[in-house]
Design a protein around this ligand. Structure first.
Ligand code: HEM
Ligand code: ISQ
Length: 154
């Protein structure tokens, strides 16, 4: 499967739009995860002592932004090299964080769906299946790399 220049551009352009309102979209992203999989709440340390999703939580925002940025980087790498080369140490670190948090393979589909819903919300009429396809493809590659790290560790 090839990742085209057009797909890379779509991913970059849509991130440029979403990043104009980080507080809004990081919250939306996270809320979607919990709407799809309410039980996931207990895995997140920044939620353990609260009943609702905290607005303007710095950790939540920072992590949500990283998911978007890393998916963008993956898109760029896929276009340039045809493979995922997010720094090895980053992947190892994320592998161990997710393993320790109790994340399982099916959760990755939940986060993908939440990401897609957030794009839909943020892009409005600029959203289409091509955009969704480009993000999904990049996300799947990144998720596969993290899952592989999680399996190496246990
Ligand atoms: C933490 C990215 C998938 C749950 C994090 C962090 C990043 C990240 C950057 C912060 C690490 C740190 O600095 O401490 C990603 C990416 C994913 C992904 C890029 C997919 C491509 C998932 C999935 C779940 C999940 C599928 C399960 C619903 C968590 C949890 C933490 C975490 C529970 C720890 C948060 C905390 O307690 O501080 N993730 N993640 N992640 N992620 Fe993910
Ligand atoms: C961590 N991992 C995946 C998705 C996330 C979304 C919001 C906050 C933290 C996250």
């Amino acid at each position: 499967i090839v990742f085209t220049e057009k797909q890379e551009a779509l991913v970059k352009e849509s991130w440029e739009i979403l990043k104009q309102d980080i507080p809004k979209y990081s919250l939306h992203f996270f809320s979607q995860i919990l709407e799809i999989a309410p039980a996931a709440k207990d895995m997140f340390s920044f939620l353990r002592d609260t009943d609702e999703v905290p607005h303007n939580n710095p950790k939540l925002k920072a992590h949500a932004v990283k998911v978007f940025k890393m998916t963008c980087e993956t898109a760029i790498q896929l276009r340039e090299k045809g493979t995922v080369v997010v720094a090895d140490t980053t992947l190892q670190y994320l592998g161990s964080v997710h393993l320790k948090s109790g994340v399982l393979d099916p959760h990755f589909e939940v986060v993908k769906e939440a990401l897609v819903r957030t794009l839909k919300e943020g892009l409005g009429e600029k959203y289409n299946e091509e955009v969704e396809g480009a993000w999904s493809q990049a996300y799947d590659h990144l998720a596969l790399a993290i899952k592989a790290e999680m399996k190496q560790e246990d």
